[in-house]
Design a protein around this ligand. Structure first.
Ligand SMILES: *Cc1c(COP(=O)(O)O)cnc(C)c1O
Length: 421
């Protein structure tokens, strides 16, 4: 009745409902592994180490799959470092680029993680500690390529990284503190345009000229995927080829053969997970209004539509025998929170506007499967808002079996830290 689902079957949905309940995130092991292999194949001149940006989806079972495939970790807080270590990563495979360099960094630094300092104050902090010798520096090269100020992480409106014009101050401080800069890092946001990657790679290499000790360039993540048919996916071979050439010319010019690191999150996860929900109510505001399908899920699992006006494929799936009775029509899909922003079908890039989707007429009890839900959904939702429990996560193994990777939160867990003095 709708285009077929990416990796789930109707029988899977039935099993999910019976064994795990809804809403449940379902990850696909085959897709996770295939994506990891594609990333490991990124063009490079003198060696590559891809890191998984684990903030996209930090569940241990996912980390273990990427560990097996040979990826390292990009952690965005000391807590993520700890999570990666508990999931089995060695500290040498972890790099930390964080907006909050919590004091605990010293234990992990002593244990061998790599740190990319993301501000002038972070240079002071690690310098004053006095025991670090080799560090990375994250710069804001002055350009970003995200779709808007919410997804842009480079340029004037972005606080991430040492601003490019502070290069000389960074050099001076590293000399004073006797820090050897071994890595330059930039991460400028979601883009699929090879020209932009080329430009950022050349700006980053330019920064590497200022630090003769640099051995590695890390170009961050931001490889956009096409969740919707009109979006343009990133072709890793296409964006990587000119970058590889730049590394080669840099080597010819300077004699320095730099290694490359990349840190995809979205690219590895986005298509590897679908959120399985059910329609639990249907309301209408009459002939001049809308027909609303209310899910047993919403911003408590997937916030991106409310936050950015992000678009996700939505499949309304009813029992196979019923399909012929359901004509397609415009419907608005909303979540279960008492919050008008809890909307699954906003206009693209405009979270305030309702953009009804053409879907088969939905009824209570139908499944509603939201695809492209692997990156920044489970990890970034408004957990426990309206006191809904955190959803379960399940993996579809390569042999087709479904298994828990995170159980649904219990009611006791929601309130376990509360104290009535
Ligand atoms: C979030 C993040 C990434 C991953 O970004 P994606 O858009 O998910 O690929 C990589 N590096 C850093 C430093 C990040 O903060």
């Amino acid at each position: 009745m709708t285009d077929s689902m990416r990796f789930l079957t109707y029988d899977d949905l039935d099993e999910i409902q019976m064994e795990f309940g809804t809403p449940t995130f379902v990850y696909d092991e085959a897709t996770l592994r295939a994506n990891a292999r594609e990333v490991l194949n990124f063009p490079n001149a003198f060696g590559l180490f891809p890191r998984y940006a684990m903030k996209a989806a930090p569940t241990a079972a996912i980390l273990r799959i990427f560990n097996e495939e040979g990826l390292g970790i990009d952690a965005s807080s000391v807590h993520e470092v700890e999570r990666a270590v508990r999931a089995g990563f060695g500290t040498e495979a972890i790099s930390l680029s964080t907006q909050e360099l919590a004091d605990d960094f010293i234990y992990w630094a002593q244990d061998g993680i790599k740190i990319n300092l993301c501000s002038i104050n972070q240079i002071h902090k690690i310098g004053r500690w006095g025991k670090a010798t080799r560090v990375g520096l994250r710069f804001n090269p002055g350009k970003g390529s995200g779709g808007n100020n919410r997804t842009n992480v480079g340029g004037l409106a972005s606080s991430f990284g040492i601003w490019k014009d502070d290069l000389n101050e960074a050099i001076k401080l590293c000399q004073e503190y006797k820090l050897v800069v071994e890595r330059i890092h930039t991460h400028i946001g979601s883009g699929s345009d090879p020209e932009v990657w080329k430009m950022v790679a050349s700006m980053t290499l330019h920064l590497a000229r200022a630090f003769p000790s640099v051995e590695t360039i890390n170009l961050g993540g931001g490889y956009k995927v096409a969740r919707m048919p009109d979006e343009k996916p990133t072709d890793l071979q296409e964006v990587g080829a000119p970058v590889k050439e730049l590394f080669k010319s840099f080597a010819e010019e300077t004699g320095r053969q730099l290694k490359l690191e990349i840190e995809p999150g979205t690219f590895l996860l986005a298509h590897a997970c679908s959120l399985v929900t059910r329609v639990q109510d249907v309301t209408s505001t009459g002939t001049d209004g809308y027909r609303f399908l209310k899910l047993d899920s919403g911003m408590t699992e997937i916030l991106r539509p409310s936050l950015y006006g992000a678009q996700h494929p939505i499949h309304l799936v009813c029992e196979p025998g019923q399909q012929k009775f359901r004509e397609s029509m415009e419907q608005v899909v909303v979540g279960h929170c008492c919050e008008s922003g809890d909307l699954l079908t906003p206009a693209p890039g405009d979270p305030e506007a309702l953009a009804p989707r053409i879907l088969p007429r939905g009824e209570i009890g139908d499944f509603c499967v939201i695809e492209g839900a692997g990156a920044y959904c489970s990890s970034m939702a408004t957990k426990n808002y309206n006191s809904f429990p955190e959803a379960a996560e399940v993996i579809k193994k390569e042999d087709g079996r479904l298994a828990h990777i995170r159980k649904r939160q219990t009611f006791d867990q929601i309130i376990e830290n509360e104290v009535v003095p």
